[in-house]
Write a protein that binds this ligand. Structure first.
Ligand code: GRF
Length: 212
């Protein structure tokens, strides 16, 4: 069984959904760059080993990432799952885990990379918003896409309501992506395309607002 390590910085709801998903892998550890990350307590309650590599203890990104990689080696991570991990990783780190490092982002990439994705989507008046699981490359929030979920933006949506509705979908697609990766059903090819061992087809289309 492959070993995965989940990296978090805060609440850890995506991590918690992965812990509950009965995945075909061993969750070897949860690591945070912040000692006060809420998710650490949740992981401990699930009996998962935790570690803190505090970015504040390091002079620069290179030395922080080197310490992070060392900790990942302790747990012999085959796959590294970023779940609300709020640090930009160096190209050296990202390249070391090429094809084994994935992230979830709360927008339909390549739209809205970066932060405040829900507020920006509302501001633009988009009618469809969503979330994306992608392989991480040195190009921030632009890695090859594994799976996306789309949801309609409703008339009375606030940033918080939209975020909550989307979070539910994040939890659904992240476990699917991790499952595919653990089972060797997807891989990142040399051209940076995500290859599925079996072709995956869309189930239905989302039109928003709905047709009459
Ligand atoms: C999620 O919205 C995720 O897409 C983004 O950060 C948030 C983390 O939430 N990268 P949680 O810590 O998993 O609850």
């Amino acid at each position: 069984m492959k070993k995965i390590v989940i990296l978090i910085s805060g609440r850890g709801s995506n991590m918690e959904a992965l812990l509950a998903a009965n995945l075909p892998c061993t969750i070897a550890a949860v690591i945070s760059n912040r000692a006060d990350a809420e998710g650490l307590g949740i992981a401990r309650n699930h009996g998962i080993p935790t570690a803190v590599v505090a970015h504040k203890d390091f002079a620069d990104r290179e030395t922080f990432d080197a310490a992070l990689a060392k900790t990942l080696d302790v747990y012999q991570a085959d796959i590294v799952v970023l779940a609300g991990f709020m640090r930009i990783l160096t190209a050296r780190f990202v390249n070391r885990y090429r094809g084994k490092l994935i992230n979830i982002h709360p927008s339909l990439l390549p739209a809205y990379p970066g932060t405040h994705t829900h507020a920006r989507a509302l501001q633009d008046g988009v009618k469809i918003h969503g979330c994306t699981v992608h392989f991480v490359t040195p190009d921030l929030d632009h890695g090859p896409i594994i799976i996306q979920a789309a949801i309609p933006v409703l008339q009375d949506d606030t940033e918080q309501i939209l975020a909550e509705r989307l979070l539910y979908q994040e939890h659904r697609i992240y476990q699917q992506a991790v499952r595919w990766l653990c089972q060797g059903q997807i891989e990142l090819d040399h051209n940076n395309y995500v290859r599925f061992r079996f072709p995956k087809q869309a189930g239905y289309s989302l039109i928003s607002p709905g047709l009459e």
